[in-house]
Design a protein around this ligand. Structure first.
Ligand code: GUN
Length: 289
């Protein structure tokens, strides 16, 4: 039976470190500030945004929410992002994804000043991730790396399989595992023999977004299984991509949903916001001296 990785406990440590850094910044007269923009009324986004605001409170980060109607135009949204780019009290800007149909998400992300892009979605930060020289770590993939680290299992030299190739999770996840010297395969909807490839994984990360996608027969005995999925099952209950009971029989370590990756994404966002505030202080120092 697998050991369950406690995402809440690992996240609490990351948040405690961020809170300490907030104290250190306060002593230098800076309160880290995060602006969270939400457009429309997607219920899942509402929950995520509330959780992000709650984490800010816990850590001591000033947060501002901008809840815009689903009718907001691209121009209005870009104007808000520009305003936040220029606001010295805001160090991090996050526009909750997905945006309502008709809005150009990439256009919005590219308008965020790269030094305030705490999601690390801007092409400049994505490029830095490719190079392995980070200003901001992508929150969910960085959280997954911390969870794997917490098991004590070494990534270097291991077969790592990532299921899913999204810009938010799959692609940056593969890159971070590669930087840890994993041997990485990305699987997706067109992959042939997907179960066979998954069975080779020492570390299996699923970011598909489909309940019951990863079954016991797809998992190598003794593997580390990380479930990034956030889905609803037939009864409307929150669940991941992995059939938990079945896979827990075979894996050495497994993350639950909820209580696995989710809290880590938010903890890493706190870490990035504090890093952005630190960066602003260093920049101010540079310009004065
Ligand atoms: N939607 C789902 N995950 C995320 C995230 O990490 N950041 C943003 N901005 N939107 C999301």
């Amino acid at each position: 039976m697998a050991t369950i990785i406690d995402g809440k406990a690992v996240a609490a440590k990351v948040k405690a470190e961020a809170a300490q850094e907030v104290q250190a910044l306060a002593a230098q007269g800076v309160v880290p500030g995060l602006a969270v923009v939400i457009v429309g009324s997607d219920p899942a986004s509402r929950i995520y945004v509330n959780n992000k605001k709650k984490a800010c409170q816990e850590v001591g980060i000033h947060s501002e929410e901008y809840a815009l109607s689903g009718e907001t135009s691209q121009q209005e949204l870009l104007a808000l992002v520009e305003k936040l780019n220029a606001d010295p009290n805001i160090h991090g800007i996050l526009v909750q994804s997905p945006l309502p149909a008709g809005l150009d998400e990439a256009g919005v992300v590219e308008t965020i000043a790269p030094h305030k892009d705490v999601d690390a979605f801007h092409a400049y930060n994505v490029g830095k991730i490719m190079r392995g020289r980070y200003t901001f770590l992508p929150c969910t993939p960085a959280g997954v790396i911390e969870l794997i680290r917490s098991t004590g299992v070494e990534i270097a030299g291991k077969r790592c399989v990532v299921i899913g190739r999204s810009d938010i999770v799959g692609k940056p996840m593969a890159m971070l595992l590669l930087h840890q010297n994993g041997t990485v395969t990305i699987c997706h909807s067109k992959t042939q023999n997907l179960p066979e490839i998954c069975r080779e994984a020492d570390i299996l990360v699923s970011a598909v977004g489909r309940a019951a996608f990863v079954t016991g027969d797809m998992v190598k005995p003794g593997a580390v299984v990380i479930d990034v999925g956030m889905n609803r099952d037939k009864n409307g209950k929150l669940c991941g991509d992995v059939v938990f009971e079945e896979v827990a029989e075979k894996a050495a370590y497994i993350t639950p949903v909820p209580g696995g990756v989710g809290p880590m994404t938010i903890a890493m966002l706190m870490k990035n916001t504090v890093a952005a505030a630190r960066l602003s202080l260093e920049k101010a120092g540079d310009s004065h001296g």
